[in-house]
Design a protein around this ligand. Structure first.
Ligand code: GLY
Ligand code: MN
Length: 456
């Protein structure tokens, strides 16, 4: 958590941008797993955290732009609660910690909002539709699920630019995430279950105080992009793709991916494919600076991947034409990266296209390119991921081959040997600076030589 001044300054800047109305920020509630008191790990709403900083359930933040006043709505706890959960700070103490003048019980919120111009962000939990319905005196089905467009734009315009104190937090998150990857790479052995590695790295994230930034992706089936199944046994000759990161106690996320061999060394073909992905990752990081379109950097990674696969005899034809047609997406069906901050896909809940695109730079509908979350021009202060990959997805290969899709660019006859290859992705988190870029966190092994040295 930052000082009260940080949260006050953020709210003041938002007031100046919005001009009028009442801005309503719903904090999250505890969410039951299988009965009311057995709850999932609590995750505060990120925009609430950004403006109101308090990582506890049961709160609503309110910014009254018209009267230049901020409020924290919530209820002081009673002795029954203290018996089970211990003493908690009072509403007044919570409000003081974030520089908010007024506190009010939640029961007063509906009356407070009546007749006012109320702006809120898009609700992404069903419960919030019901809560908004209650606060705004409407049935849930009458609630505008898209939220207030002017507030969405104003929040994105603020949260997109990370300040120095946020970068310190992000650097910590990435460093711990990197340590988790080093531990997984040091520990993995043939015969282990994926779950043993997933548990090891999750434990490290929990020990760091903030827990995971998102559920661990770790698999010998790296071609399944977001594989959360951890039941496979590691076997010699396989690759392990690990995509996981920690968040700090103040909820800033790291999102790192490494791919390594279960054996002590990569096989020759694994090394060849790995080095294509590595070149795409390193070259694209070096291309980052203000005013560059991230869509162009993504297309640069596509060309590097297509050229590398052509050199190995898996693709063919003119590389520019192949990428323009989207043929490379058989092997690289996702985007090069996304904004990252307190959300691992930063601000995605506010609307991906508001975050990553503009009126001029529109999202493509082409397979592969359509999954690029960030296409617009980069600016100093943005933090984003660079995460190219090459995957051999048997179901997709079979489908495209049956459809004779991109026959001019893909050597289907050469792909039979790759059905069990899996996938390789390499990912780092990068700050765009005034002059270029800064890779966040302490460096961890990334080249073939560095990873093999760690595996030995
Ligand atoms: N770390 C998962 C993702 O970027 O989608
Ligand atoms: Mn990512």
């Amino acid at each position: 958590m930052f000082s009260a001044e940080t949260y006050k300054a953020r709210r003041q800047a938002l007031k100046a941008k919005m001009g009028s109305g009442v801005l309503l920020f719903l904090g999250n509630e505890d969410s039951p797993m299988n009965y009311t008191d057995n709850v999932y790990h609590f995750r505060q709403d990120t925009s609430f955290l950004y403006y109101f900083g308090i990582d506890k359930p049961g709160l609503v933040g309110l910014i009254d732009v018209d009267n230049d006043k901020d409020y924290l709505f919530g209820n002081d706890i009673n002795i029954e609660y203290i018996v089970w959960m211990g003493e908690q700070p009072s509403m007044r103490a919570l409000a003081d910690s974030i520089g908010v003048e007024e506190t009010m019980p939640l029961a007063k919120l509906t009356g407070f909002l009546a007749g006012k111009e109320v702006h809120y962000l898009p609700p992404y939990r069903a419960l919030h539709l019901f809560r908004l319905g209650e606060y705004l005196g409407n049935p849930p089905e009458k609630i505008n699920k898209k939220g207030s467009e002017s507030l969405i734009h104003a929040v994105i315009a603020q949260r997109s630019y990370k300040t120095a104190e946020e970068i310190v937090e992000m650097d910590k998150a990435v460093t711990l995430s990197g340590q988790m990857h080093v531990a997984a790479m040091k520990t993995a052995r043939a015969g282990m279950k994926e779950a043993e590695l997933a548990g090891l790295v999750e434990g490290m994230a929990v020990s760091g105080g903030g827990g995971l930034a998102y559920p661990v992706i770790l698999s010998v089936n790296g071609q399944i992009l977001h594989n959360h199944y951890h039941g496979n046994t590691l076997q010699e000759g396989q690759l392990v793709l690990g995509d996981f990161g920690a968040q700090t106690t103040s909820s800033y996320a790291g999102d790192i991916t490494r791919t390594f061999p279960v054996s002590k060394r990569f096989s020759s073909i694994q090394k060849d494919i790995y080095n294509i992905v590595l070149k795409a990752e390193v070259d694209c990081i070096e291309a980052l600076k203000p005013n560059v379109l991230y869509k162009d950097v993504h297309l640069q990674s596509c060309r590097i991947i297509a050229q590398g696969l052509k050199d190995l005899g898996l693709m063919k034809g003119d590389i520019e034409e192949a990428v323009a047609a989207g043929a490379h997406a058989l092997f690289f069906p996702h985007g090069l990266g996304h904004m990252i901050g307190m959300d691992v896909h930063d601000m995605e809940g506010l609307g991906e296209d508001y975050v990553g695109y503009t009126q001029e730079i529109r999202r493509s509908t082409q397979f592969g390119l359509k999954s690029l979350r960030l296409g617009k021009a980069l600016e100093a202060g943005f933090v984003l991921t660079v995460e190219p990959g090459i995957y051999f997805i048997p179901q997709l290969i079979d489908k495209w081959q049956a459809e004779n899709k991109h026959n001019a660019f893909i050597n289907y006859s050469a792909l039979g040997a790759f059905r069990d290859f899996g996938g390789i992705r390499i990912e780092d988190n990068v700050l765009v600076t005034e002059t270029g870029f800064q890779v966040l966190g302490q460096p961890i092994p990334k080249t073939v030589q560095e990873i093999e040295a760690l595996r030995r």
